[in-house]
Design a protein. Structure first.
Length: 124
């Protein structure tokens, strides 16, 4: 059993946000920079993403939650497969990078949520 309660884990959010804000600000694209970034073809992805895409495609359209969405590549790929996606990201810089990256033909399937809560009373 962990010594960290869920509420205590939120105390690290500011440091995590700062780290990723700096990383995303330093790069035009922090994660995969390949031209097939938004492809739903499993053959052009890592084994993990290929498996995710194959399972998502086999299951068919549904609802997905992308926690730690970063620049939104996973959300875009799932939306291209017909999923309604809530993409949650703690880094405001990542959210700024992702917004123009959400292809117009899938934008209506993605809701981008910039996480702001630190777990302190009064945060929303």
């Amino acid at each position: 059993m962990s010594d960290i309660t869920p509420a205590a884990a939120f105390g690290h959010v500011p440091q995590i946000r700062t780290f990723f804000d700096r990383q995303y600000a330093a790069h035009e694209r922090y994660w995969w920079r390949g031209e097939n970034r938004y492809s739903v073809d499993p053959m052009v992805h890592t084994e993990f993403h290929a498996t995710l895409l194959a399972v998502a495609a086999r299951r068919g359209p549904g609802v997905a939650l992308d926690l730690g969405a970063g620049e939104g590549a996973d959300a875009i790929r799932l939306a291209k497969l017909g999923y309604q996606v809530d993409a949650v990201e703690v880094s405001a810089v990542a959210c700024e990078h992702s917004h123009p990256g959400f292809a117009p033909h899938v934008h209506s399937h993605i809701k981008l949520i910039a996480a702001r809560s630190t777990g302190r009373a009064g945060d929303q």
